[in-house]
Design a protein around this ligand. Structure first.
Ligand SMILES: Cc1cc2nc3c(=O)[nH]c(=O)nc-3n(C[C@H](O)[C@H](O)[C@H](O)COP(=O)(O)OP(=O)(O)OC[C@H]3O[C@@H](n4cnc5c(N)ncnc54)[C@H](O)[C@@H]3O)c2cc1C
Length: 461
């Protein structure tokens, strides 16, 4: 069977046919359920998975506007990391240092949880828990890396969680230009994101969930969600729409959709990988301000992405925004600059998608007990792992299970709403531009960028 969604990402394009499958039937009736979930990405599917794990007879219905895994879950960089977008200091300010550590340790455990569930449920997401290397390639970046490791020590994390590798030790793992050293954390697994989300959809259905595709929700009220052709009455409703949240009526200013874009190379031969390294499929980045992220895929490609695309006025989302030639060209230039051995390598795929950014860059998960409406999201590009913690937590909240998860500091966190336009457009794009130009400014001046530090504080990063 040909794959009608191959254009969405290299991941979709390389899915085995049994994971593409036929589309699921849309909702065409008025039905009842115990829990209605809007969106069949990781957040919605993990929530359904854990609900049914704990309460196998529950009636769980997912309504998906397109097809399961259509959103960021089928297009991302495949870092199943323990990253959280708000800094420990910020989390500690709203709770305590111990609570910030407790959240971080829950995120460490989440990486293993995803690896374990995939193995247990037979989801072949080509997972390798090789950790992450964040390279320092200038003296300023090295200072930043050492500061980060020292900061981790001040929170009680030892070298098993975050460690500094000097230039020789880093070069043992990866052969990258200008490598002065790297921060290594073992808490990340490289995954094939579309295999994970499509496999999870099948597993969730086997557990009893019903997924309706091509069923965009157009109205949410307590106890009821509606689509053009049907509705679901349910005491609990979960909003799992992340980067698309602004398109729902009443949620325009909750999460700003920001685009992340990616490119992938053709598969490289073994001799080339022998030169490059990344033998454990460590995910990699460096300490530049403009976020970049890469992984060595199971089929021997580089999948490499970064920010740099603009925020679109009015939180608009359109398929054509997934592609930005200037950003693609820059990503290809940066990857070749890191690994000159790629000078003659072809790039076979270019794609992108929206992710959800809360005004304070602080992800949240919550259940409003008076309305029965719940959500998890605002992961700012760290959702592959965090969505599992979000789904597990939502299941506990809905089932009223008293667990360690339901008191973590991100539970019930309320982010301020984004400004109305045009201020949202001006603010978001100014921030993106400052980060994009800060690296060049640092290179020229040899000094850390004060503007980037200011915006970093502003976003809480
Ligand atoms: C290019 C890119 C690279 C990324 N890289 C990484 C990474 O390496 N590591 C990491 O941790 N995170 C990364 N992220 C972020 C990560 O992919 C997301 O945080 C995560 O997938 C969010 O999952 P989700 O289920 O909450 O949202 P999504 O996967 O976006 O799912 C939301 C779903 O809701 C559906 N929907 C929208 N509106 C409606 C409606 N009205 N009715 C019904 N359904 C609706 C959408 O079609 C979609 O399927 C990246 C994101 C992008 C775009």
């Amino acid at each position: 069977m040909s794959n009608p969604h191959g254009h969405l990402s290299m991941w979709w394009d390389t899915l085995p046919s049994d994971l593409v499958g036929a589309e699921r039937a849309p909702l065409t009736d008025d039905i009842e359920a115990d829990v209605a979930i809007i969106g069949a990405g990781y957040t919605g599917l993990w929530t359904a998975y854990y609900l049914l794990e704990h309460a196998p007879t529950l009636k769980v219905v997912l309504l998906e506007a397109q097809v399961a895994g259509y959103g960021a879950s089928g297009r991302n960089g495949g870092w199943c990391s323990a990253l959280f977008p708000a800094s420990w200091d910020k989390v500690a300010r709203g709770s305590s240092k111990d609570e910030a550590v407790r959240l971080q340790r829950a995120l460490f455990a989440t990486v293993d949880e995803v690896v374990d569930v995939a193995a247990r449920e037979g989801i072949d997401a080509q997972i390798s828990k090789g950790g992450t290397l964040v390279a320092a390639r200038t003296a300023i970046q090295r200072d930043r890396a050492l500061e980060e490791v020292a900061h981790a020590r001040s929170y009680g994390f030892d070298e098993h969680d975050y460690t500094w590798l000097d230039a020789d030790a880093a070069a043992q793992r990866v052969s990258m230009t200008s490598l002065l050293g790297a921060m290594r954390t073992p808490h990340c697994a490289a995954v094939h994101p579309a295999r994970l989300v499509r496999g999870l959809a099948q597993v969730t259905e086997r557990k009893g969930a019903v997924i309706h595709e091509r069923s965009p929700v157009i109205g949410i009220e307590p106890g009821r969600v509606s689509t053009e052709r049907g509705s679901v009455r349910a005491p609990f409703i979960v909003r799992a729409t992340e980067g698309y949240t602004a398109t729902l009526p009443g949620f325009k200013r909750d999460l700003a959709p920001v685009y992340s874009l990616m490119v992938a190379t053709e598969p490289l031969d073994d001799a080339t990988w022998e030169q490059i390294g990344l033998r454990e499929r460590e995910t990699f980045a460096d300490y530049r301000h403009l976020i970049i992220y890469g992984q060595r895929t199971a089929d021997g490609r580089f999948a490499f992405g970064g920010r740099g695309a603009p925020y679109h006025f009015g939180s608009t989302i359109r398929p054509e925004f997934d592609r930005d030639p200037a950003v693609f060209a820059e990503l290809e230039r940066v990857l070749r600059d890191l690994f000159p051995v790629l000078s003659g390598t072809a790039f076979t795929h270019r794609w992108g998608g929206p992710l959800g950014v809360p005004r304070d860059w602080y992800s949240s998960v919550a259940l409003d007990r008076t309305t029965g409406i719940a959500h998890a999201g605002g992961y700012v590009g760290d959702g592959v792992g965090t969505s599992n913690l979000g789904g597990r937590t939502l299941a506990d909240l809905i089932l009223d299970r008293d667990t360690e998860l339901t008191t973590l500091p991100w539970v019930g966190h309320r982010s301020p709403r984004w400004e109305p336009e045009p201020f949202r457009w001006i603010g978001a794009n100014t921030g993106l531009r400052v980060m994009a130009t800060a690296d060049g400014a640092e290179e020229r001046s040899g000094k850390p960028s004060a503007r980037a530090a200011f915006f970093g504080r502003f976003t809480g990063h």
